[in-house]
Design a protein around this ligand. Sequence first.
Ligand code: ACO
Length: 323
Amino acid sequence: KLRSVVLGLGSYLPKRIVSNFDLEKVLETTDEWIVQRTGIRQRHVAAEDEPTSQLGLYAARAALADAGLTAADLDLVIVATSTPDYTFPSVATQVQAALGMTHGAAFDLQAVCSGFVYALATADKFLLSGSHKRALVIGAETFSRLVDWTDRTTCVLFGDGAGAVVLEAQHGEGTARDRGVLTSHLRSDGRHRDKLYVDGGPSTTRTVGHLRMAGREVFRHAVGMVADVVTEAFRATGTTAADLDWFVPHQANRRIIDASAEKLGIAPGKVVITVDLHGNTSAASIPLALAVARDDGRIKQGDLVMIEAMGGGFTWASALIRW
Ligand code: ACO
């Protein structure tokens, strides 16, 4: 039975760090307010000459090096992003070119904060179909370019960064103990568009627009949606919260993460938190968090890792991975 196994993981954060104290100087906000409501203490912000494709490329190179592979070994590149360099061509084709890759297929996928889980699930289905052998899945974002820096209710929440994994189709027994993506669950409901959206686009305003959010409304829906898709993943694989080694949620808000883990009965010690250091990096947050927990020795080969996200659309999604 075919399985998509994680061969490599890499990430990249822009050098410039903006702390809550830095924001206090330019906005009517306080470190205390931001930390108490969100758990965020700082975020990384990309340089002017550092577009999303650049962040994605650095993460991609790190993931390939980690896998001991080169671009020649890949046949699929998927980039999850809502902050592309240009409307087109895709970030994925730019990363593909920068990697020196002229074969295979590359495309972007947009599911906002759920983008990385959607992209991983999409790559998994390509690999399981037998059509492709090795996929690079990247989450890369520059939300600092999309937020309205005069709106303190949103701009304090977001940061820039990128993370990537390399997946390979491998034959195995297909049990829950075998490595790879065990299951994925994707959901969306477009009726919620007004709660989290960008107020511009090429075919309406002909501008890029700014992120707009009804924070309290998003919060109200997030925990239930996340719990539903994670429960589906447990049900599909006959696993429970007790079987998990690590819970790596999308990093939007510490309170959403804690409430989700509590509702699902996941022990606090299994929850990976990076929102304090990275802010909300949308589609990049999960691979960035995976990289932190793998690099500090928490996530090890053979561990059972649940990832989940919820974001604009609404979209929400989960995937269970035997690392
Ligand atoms: N600094 C200081 N005060 C602020 C700030 C700020 N940065 N932002 C808002 N306030 C004020 C408001 O103006 C308001 O003042 P008022 O009572 O005088 O009108 C007060 O704080 C409370 O505002 P609320 O919006 O009601 O605050 P709330 O407790 O809901 O917290 C927050 C806001 C943090 C956005 C919260 O709703 C939240 O976390 N929502 C989840 C949304 C989220 O995380 N989205 C991320 C993107 S979606 C995703 O990735 C899933």
